[in-house]
Design a protein around this ligand. Structure first.
Ligand SMILES: Cc1cc2nc3c(=O)[nH]c(=O)nc-3n(C[C@H](O)[C@H](O)[C@H](O)COP(=O)(O)OP(=O)(O)OC[C@H]3O[C@@H](n4cnc5c(N)ncnc54)[C@H](O)[C@@H]3O)c2cc1C
Length: 405
């Protein structure tokens, strides 16, 4: 049997790869980024247990390291695919990370690299050198060189500093044709662009951030190293407002519910109660959609004295002078009053857009990959609809069963 091709190295793709390999199937795991983990490794911690994402992902990375049946191709994308389940041909395009498997992640290259780049892993909060790893537990455990910032052989300081001959600045793009059994597409999601939502003024202040940026601001591997501060002046925020459904359930933006934003904001409110017990939190919502075990959060948040839940959609966020606060205007449906409140920070709970980008895949009316695909192709995880991690893992496990027959 030919290997099963898995596209996307987030929790869905990684789960598919390890589960298939542990039943004895050969797997090729293709990820477009230099490191695996997708959106989950960017989280500060994750519901329902509020554990750091590294603990779940580390176990999966160990399962990959220990299983010779999994071939991981980073910085790679599927260009073409043809055939029928059992006998398919795929063409994969790979860019070089310019760092090979001899890398021990010692970091000697980083200390001599003169080039700085904005850090996309932290959504531009902070910088890294051109040679970098996203965080200490990033997998594969080797560096990557961002070719758009590296001066190449005109500099070569990293090559001279590396004692392991792990850096090759002349490495080229490669294209490879593979015989495969089937394809699982687990390309996940990307955040909705908040600057498209007029009135919420995302670009108007550094202190208006999105929920995914807030995860990085909370994280110990983020720019504040676990200390939550206001981006404009580095001070602890005294008050934070969460704007739910920023773009979701809105026919001008995303007509669907993004499913995880309510639980994410409740999680963020609990994170704040632990990190900054004096900070006042308000969550403005249309209705709070939490299911299963995540309802425990709702109860915990309802009982937290520093958190206020206001049923009402936010109409406008207006920045005063930078650092002087943000005016939030919303209709409080319970009291039928228009509320105007000043906050130090505003978090926009922006929704989930499908990442897509795989040739030959069918989409549904919401733009996600459809349930039925051409023979031998399967979509899984958040590529098919907004899902939390537990639902993603269940979904992809079922898909893996179909892809191996
Ligand atoms: C603010 C926020 C907080 C959240 N917090 C939680 C939480 O606490 N608990 C929880 O259970 N869920 C949470 N979620 C949901 C969680 O992020 C998703 O369930 C999870 O990311 C789904 O995993 P996935 O693998 O399907 O997608 P992703 O995590 O998006 O992974 C997809 C992978 O595919 C790669 N990829 C994309 N396109 C291509 C391509 N063309 N070729 C190759 N590779 C590609 C991407 O680079 C990425 O590595 C949260 C979501 C949000 C928005």
């Amino acid at each position: 049997m030919y290997p099963i091709l898995v596209i996307g190295g987030g929790i869905a793709g990684v789960t598919a790869a390890v589960e298939l390999a542990e039943t004895g199937k050969e797997v090729v795991l293709v990820e477009k980024d230099p490191f695996l983990g997708g959106n989950v490794v960017k989280m500060h911690n994750y519901f329902p247990k509020l554990c750091p994402p590294a603990c779940g992902m580390e176990i999966n990375f160990r399962r990959i390291r220990n299983n010779r049946r999994i071939r991981v191709m980073t910085k790679s994308e599927l260009l073409r695919v043809s055939g029928e389940q059992g006998n398919m041909t795929a063409t994969i395009h790979s860019a070089s990370r310019m760092v090979n498997d001899l890398c021990t992640a010692c970091g000697d290259c980083v200390s001599v690299c003169p080039e700085e780049r904005p850090d996309p892993f932290n959504y531009g909060f902070g910088t890294t050198r051109a040679v970098y790893r996203n965080h200490q537990l990033a997998f594969p455990q080797k560096y990557e060189i961002d070719a758009s910032y590296c001066k190449g052989t005109a500099c070569s300081k990293c090559v001279e500093a590396c004692s392991y001959e792990a850096i090759d600045l002349s490495a080229q793009l490669v294209e490879e044709e593979l015989k495969i059994h089937s394809v699982i597409v687990a390309t996940g999601w990307k955040p909705y662009d908040p600057s498209l939502i007029a009135g919420l003024n995302y670009s108007g202040s550094k202190d208006i951030v999105t929920n995914v940026e807030f995860e990085r601001l909370l994280s110990v591997s983020g720019p504040g190293e676990g200390k939550l501060v206001r981006p404009s002046d580095g001070k602890a925020p005294g008050s934070i407002a969460f704007v739910q459904c920023a773009g979701s359930r809105d026919r001008n933006h995303l007509p669907y519910c993004s499913a995880v934003c309510c639980s994410a904001s409740l999680k963020h409110a609990l994170n704040i109660t632990e990190l900054l017990p004096g900070t006042k939190v308000t969550i403005y919502y249309i209705d709070l959609r939490v299911t299963g075990r995540n309802e425990d959060f709702l109860v915990r948040v309802e009982n937290a004295k520093q958190v206020r839940l206001v049923r009402g959609k936010v109409g406008a966020v207006t920045p005063a002078e930078e650092g002087a606060g943000l005016l939030v205007e919303a209709e409080d449906i319970a009291s039928q009053r228009r509320e105007k409140e000043m906050y130090d920070m505003v978090v926009l709970a922006t929704g989930i857009l499908p990442a897509n980008g795989v040739p030959g895949m069918q989409k549904n009316e919401e733009g996600f990959y459809a349930a039925v695909q051409p023979d031998g192709m399967y979509a899984a995880g958040c590529a098919t609809r907004p899902l939390d991690v537990a639902a993603t893992v269940k979904d992809v496990t079922g898909v893996a069963l179909r892809a191996m027959h």
